[in-house]
Design a protein around this ligand. Structure first.
Ligand code: BGC
Length: 745
């Protein structure tokens, strides 16, 4: 024990010492810096990729040389990064190294499933491993900092960036945010294979009106704290190094100049000490919003709110000095922002060795390893969600009668438009698409099915997701002869990501008509959907035999698909976002309030519903089938009456009654039926992934703490009331067992 105390003391001392050391170094450096050099450290400049509106680029090397650049974003060329760093450390007065930032969104060189797909795995350790690989590759390519994770909660499938988050639920979103940060930052930022994380977009970005990117957000403080902020808070607690402002206004104030969000909540209530970067020109956009007059006003408002670094727009370059001269900001405020930037550079080890991430040897050895592809394949399979499997048409088992399979559709064997990926695959270049790296559905399925005795035919039809008349007749003819059809439909990869919102969420173009033609022959059809958001496909749900949501699965698309369609891997994915029946239901989410007139039955007047549509979703949050049948026992509550400060403990037993092993995601929800304010019908509070061999029966324990039972009331107090509660456990948000418990004072 004595040794333990001594050891702990030593550890604390070392940590404090190193923090102190940085403080001393930072203060020493700061004392030498001119105002221009300080403002230079707050200036981030785009490299060889542009992901936003055009901003004027100066001669980059000259700007670095004169000390007016602190960071570069989105630069791919490795050797150029070495040159830039050389100029920064050898040719500037103080030799302050540059920090290179990059959007590493679902892999860097090895492309994994999109983040929303990863969330569908509900597998936190898988997500952490993916980020570990992505960070290793990016760090070996000279990047120091990733603009990830995006932790914006989204309930609106129209929003193009739904693909980049973890879906609609703040609890799942928080756990995934933590896993991503663990993977990106590892144990130590100073490590050669880790990056600084950047949690974005703070805050409210996923709630833009009408699903339009960058649009205004207006919401109550309660909703903000309950639905939007939890993943950000979890990320701050997980020591995420940096945050990024959001583009949107929140209740009228642009997020980049929102003091309430940044200074009061993030730095104040949560005590977070990191650095905040703007989004692409979001300081400048405060002027376009109409919330600042000019660069001086914008600079003053953004800095005073607590933002630190200016990405891409150059607003601080043009306005900050004058804002200081006019007394709109203080020298102390500028110094504080510069300290945060310098601290990050120290923590990354850039002052010790500015070239540690620019090592040619590591660049060759750490990128594109075969083991990364193995992980990508497993991730693709674990992300896919089985929505329908009539007559157990899947898995496709070995056949001795040479059954004929037709793999057909605009995404059967596509080789363009970043298909099966997303716009956010910048590590391979902005528009670059190395089709040889992607295993298409046809490439993965053909060998797997031939090995099982099938005769395989492939028909890539249509262009850019559009099935023209030719596509229709080709498919019709080919399907005549097939015993089973695998129809690959959905969205173009390039249409997936920022500024890619849609006003229609049905199958793109005339894909539904094309599917109908395919089905005229009445052959069994498996629809495989490549998508970056929930889409609607009521006809397919009613008429096709099996439906698989594959998302955009990345480089290992075809292999991951083959693994689940042949049953080599069981399906385990679950929807992280509700799939509505039709667009008019949007936004539709499981954790809605009850209303005073909930609709129990379609068509009942004077209830909260539609004349022309049910209110229920097509597929609820948390839903996904597998090839096994898992039974849930009733819930056993250890003590059904507990005190307000006690934790509730509950158990269920899950049994695999099927013939295949399965990873079952057991979900636990609560409902507080009577509180100060109306509470959601259900709130996810915990989930456990359990591996079950056939015949296995395993107990699963859930603990519901006072914090889990707490909520924000209308006086913005976070409180936990005594009273009755409902506890639900099940395989998805709609199919649950129920138990009651009571909390006393
Ligand atoms: C996006 C950010 C991204 C940045 C840099 C912006 O347009 O909103 O998420 O990190 O560009 O590419």
């Amino acid at each position: 024990m004595r040794y333990f105390i001594l050891f702990s003391l030593l550890v604390t001392l070392t940590i404090n010492l190193s923090a102190q050391n940085y403080d001393k170094q930072i203060e020493a450096l700061l004392a030498k810096m001119t105002l221009d050099e300080k403002i230079g450290q707050l200036h981030q400049v785009p490299g060889d990729i542009t992901t936003g509106t055009d901003v004027k680029k100066d001669n980059l090397l000259n700007s670095i040389r004169d000390g007016s650049v602190g960071s570069i974003l989105s630069h791919t060329n490795f050797d150029n990064k070495i040159t830039m760093q050389q100029v920064a450390v050898k040719e500037t007065r103080l030799g302050i190294p540059l920090i290179f930032g990059f959007d590493v969104i679902h892999g860097y060189k090895t492309i994994f499933p999109i983040p929303l797909a990863q969330a569908a795995s509900w597998n936190l350790s898988l997500i952490e491993q993916i980020e570990r690989v992505a960070a290793t590759e990016a760090a070996a390519d000279g990047q120091n900092w990733t603009f990830a994770p995006m932790v914006d909660i989204s309930r609106d499938p129209r929003w193009g960036r739904s693909m980049e988050g973890a879906g609609e639920d703040p609890y799942l979103g928080s756990r995934i945010a933590e896993a991503r940060i663990r993977g990106i930052q590892g144990r130590n930022l100073n490590d050669q294979a880790t990056l600084a994380a950047c949690v974005k977009h703070y805050a409210g970005y996923g709630f833009g009106e009408a699903g339009r990117d960058y649009n205004s957000v207006d919401m109550s403080e309660q909703r903000l704290r309950e639905m939007v902020l939890p993943p950000f808070k979890a990320a701050a607690k997980a020591d995420a190094a940096t945050f990024m402002n959001a583009f949107n206004t929140l209740n009228g104030t642009p997020a980049s100049m929102n003091k309430h969000l940044i200074t009061d909540i993030l730095r104040g209530e949560w005590g977070w000490k990191g650095m905040i970067v703007s989004d692409w020109n979001s300081f400048g956009e405060t002027i376009i919003h109409g919330a600042a007059e000019d660069d001086i006003d914008a600079s003053a408002k953004c800095l005073a709110a607590g933002s630190d670094m200016d990405m891409a727009g150059g607003t601080f370059q043009r306005g900050l000095k004058k804002a200081l001269e006019n007394g709109r900001v203080t020298q102390a405020q500028i110094d504080e922002a510069v300290r945060r930037v310098l601290r990050l550079k120290f923590e990354l080890g850039l002052f010790d060795d500015p070239f540690k991430y620019l090592n040619k040897e590591r660049n060759k050895s750490q990128i594109g390893k075969a083991e990364y592809r193995t992980l990508a394949r497993s991730a693709a399979a674990q992300s896919m969600v089985l929505l329908k499997n009539q007559n157990n048409i899947l898995p496709l088992k070995a056949t001795t009668t040479k059954k004929k399979v037709l793999i057909v559709g605009p995404y059967a064997d596509s080789r363009g438009n970043k298909d099966y990926m997303s716009f956010w695959t910048l590590g391979i270049g902005f528009r670059a698409y190395d089709s040889t790296q992607v295993v298409t559905p046809a490439q993965g399925l053909r060998p797997a099915l031939e090995a099982l005795g099938y005769e395989v035919k492939v028909a890539q039809v249509g262009k850019n997701g559009v099935c023209d008349v030719m596509a229709q007749s080709t498919a019709f003819e080919a399907a005549k002869d097939a015993d089973i059809v695998i129809a690959c439909v959905g969205e173009m990869g390039y249409n997936c990501g920022e500024s890619r919102s849609v006003a229609n969420i049905g199958l793109p173009g005339n894909q539904e008509e094309w599917l109908k033609t395919l089905k005229i022959n009445n052959k069994p059809v498996v629809m495989v959907l490549f998508n970056s958001r929930p889409l609607t496909f009521e006809w397919a749900s009613a008429n096709l035999d099996a439906i698989v949501v594959a998302w955009q699965p990345g480089y290992e698309t075809g292999n991951g698909l083959a693994d689940v369609l042949t049953g080599k891997t069981n399906f385990s994915g679950r929807l992280p976002m509700t799939f509505p029946r039709n667009l008019g239901q949007v936004p539709l989410y499981y954790n809605q309030l009850r209303t005073g007139r909930p609709q129990e039955k379609f068509g009942t007047l004077w209830t909260s519903g539609y004349l022309d549509s049910e209110v229920t979703p097509a597929y609820p949050f948390g839903f996904g089938l597998s090839y096994s049948t898992v039974e849930y026992s009733e819930i056993r509550i250890e003590k059904s009456t507990i005190g307000n400060a006690e934790t509730l403990t509950a158990f269920v037993t899950v049994s695999n009654k099927g013939t295949m092993a399965v990873d079952e995601t057991v979900q636990c929800y609560i409902n507080d039926p009577a509180a100060d304010v109306a509470r959601p019908l259900k709130e996810l509070k915990s989930f456990v992934r359990v591996h079950l061999e056939p015949g296995d029966a395993k107990p699963v324990q859930f603990n519901i703490t006072p914090e889990d039972r707490s909520y924000w009331n209308d006086a913005v107090q976070f409180k936990c009331d005594p009273g009755k509660f409902k506890l639900y456990v099940g395989p998805n948000s709609a199919n649950v067992k129920e138990a009651l418990f009571t909390v006393t004072k």
